[in-house]
Structure formats: structure tokens, C-alpha cells
Design a protein around this ligand. Structure first.
Ligand SMILES: [Mg+2]
Length: 119
């Protein structure tokens, strides 16, 4: 099923890569945010079905940003996309009730988690 998705990542190249994974199966990228504050602002405006969340960003990190989004909308569906060096955050992320935590480069797992999310 097609979902309206907000991509949050401080790297423009990574945002483009994630869109390239999400677009072909029919998901709609409703917005892209390069930092936490922009993500929170866009979440409120766009009410996406799901957010893909980077972890390491300048300013607010992805975990803090996710907590703030969940305060605005406790049903927010947030999927963390990590790099290998971010694996140490896995348990913290899971305790937030996120949709999942998956390596940025595992496109099949990303799509499977989006399909199985409640949004
Ligand atoms: Mg980053």
C-alpha cells in the first residue's frame, strides 16, 4: 500500500537515495527535512503516514526529534535508518516504540518494515 512519507536526514545524498528506494513501490515523499527542527515543523504541517529518521544530525539528533514528534502525535510511525556506527542506539530506539531500526542500505528490509507498519 502506498504511504505518504517524510524523509529526515542531514545528508542530501542520503535523502535522494532513500527516495529512490521508496518511490518505485508507489510511496509518496511528501517532504524532506535536513534537521530535527525542520522535521518537527514538517510533521505538524504534513501529517505523513510514516517518517524515516536519521540518527546522527547536527543540532537535534534523530532520537530527540522522534521523542518530540511522538509528543505531538503518539501514534506517529517512525522508522529509524541507521549507519553501522549507529548500532549502539538500537535498544534506545526500540524502547521508543519505533516502527523499526534498520541499516540505511538494506532497501528490502526498509520496504518490508514500511509495509508492516500500522500507518
Ligand atoms: Mg546523519
Amino acid at each position: 500500500m502506498s504511504k505518504r512519507i517524510l524523509i529526515v536526514d542531514d545528508s542530501a545524498m542520503m535523502r535522494k537515495m532513500i527516495s529512490r528506494v521508496l518511490n518505485p513501490p508507489g510511496h509518496i515523499i511528501v517532504g524532506e527535512a535536513k534537521d530535527g527542527d525542520e522535521a518537527i515543523d514538517l510533521y505538524s504541517k504534513l501529517k505523513p503516514d510514516l517518517v524515516t529518521m536519521d540518527i546522527t544530525m547536527r543540532g537535534k539528533d534523530g532520537i530527540t526529534t522522534a521523542k518530540e514528534i511522538l509528543k505531538i502525535d503518539s501514534k506517529a510511525q517512525i522508522l529509524f535508518l541507521s549507519n553501522l556506527d549507529e548500532d549502539r542506539y538500537r535498544s534506545e530506539v526500540e524502547s521508543l516504540g519505533a516502527v523499526g531500526f534498520v541499516n540505511k542500505h538494506k532497501s528490502k528490509e526498509i520496504l518490508d518494515l514500511i509495509d508492516s507498519s500500522q500507518a
